[in-house]
Design a binder for this molecule. Structure first.
Ligand code: PEP
Length: 250
């Protein structure tokens, strides 16, 4: 049984004061079981999240990290430091990081190893552009991204990790992939994991859909066999909306 995940991605939004206000608003209202609620926040907001998560059923995610634990890497965030402060997950390979910051498949693979070595779990993002989809190249592109990202990762580690399929044309556009389109690609990813590893690993890894997920469409997406949750940008910023998503199965 794969526990569903609702993971917020605040991107470069909210300061520590706004984070505190958000946390006050969701206090005592997250599901105690049945769903893993995660918030991915800017590094400057993570301290507030880890304190909150000591008493509340919330998991925490950084939105990026470097692949070295320490050293002369000005401006980067250490995976070891994130782990020491109690962070659970790190989002890697988000299309915005690939597009604006030149993150490569090789970087993403190195980051995945560094995150797992530091006892956190990666949320590995993948997804195609509209041009790739229209040219019939989406499946090859996405499975190629996954194969590169998981290189050298053990089956045990991958089974605990999370993959997020986020078609780039659906991120922040209000244009959601249909639940069938999302299911289709998530299934392809699971089959790819089965071919790279084995059926048991593919059955355990949680695969999320991301791209304009909101309270109005979460139920339908979650009803699909292979979709284990959502990675949510815009609709995770408002406490009521995040709570509605986290309580999608009530
Ligand atoms: C995201 O940030 O990963 C995302 C899917 O954004 P949105 O939900 O706003 O489309």
């Amino acid at each position: 049984m794969r526990t569903p995940i609702i993971a917020g991605n605040w991107k470069m939004n909210k300061n520590p004061q706004e984070t505190q206000e958000f946390l006050e608003a969701i206090k005592g209202k997250l599901p105690e079981s049945g769903v893993e609620a995660i918030i991915g926040a800017p590094a400057i907001d993570l301290n507030a999240l880890t304190w909150f998560s000591k008493d509340e059923p919330l998991k925490t995610a950084a939105e990026n990290c470097y692949f070295e634990d320490a050293g002369a890497f000005t401006g980067e965030t250490s995976p070891k430091a994130l782990s020491d402060m109690g962070i659970d997950y790190v989002i890697i390979g988000h299309s915005e990081r690939r597009q604006y910051f030149g993150e490569t498949d090789e970087d993403i693979n190195k980051k995945a190893h560094a995150i797992l070595k530091n006892n956190m779990l990666p949320i590995i993002c993948c997804g195609e552009t509209l041009e790739q989809r229209e040219a019939g190249k989406a499946e090859d592109w996405v499975t190629g991204q996954i194969e590169a990202a998981v290189k050298g990762i053990s089956a045990d580690d991958l089974a605990k990790s999370v993959i997020a399929y986020e078609p780039i044309w659906a991120i922040g556009t209000g244009k959601t992939a249909t639940a069938d389109q999302a299911q289709e690609m998530v299934h392809v990813i699971r089959e790819k994991i089965a071919s790279l590893y084995d059926a048991a690993t593919a059955d355990k890894v949680r695969i999320l859909y991301g791209g304009s997920v909101k309270p109005a469409n979460v139920k339908e997406l979650m009803s699909k066999e292979d979709i284990d949750g959502g990675l949510v940008g815009g609709a995770s910023m408002d406490p009521e909306s995040f709570l509605a998503l986290a309580n999608f199965n009530k």
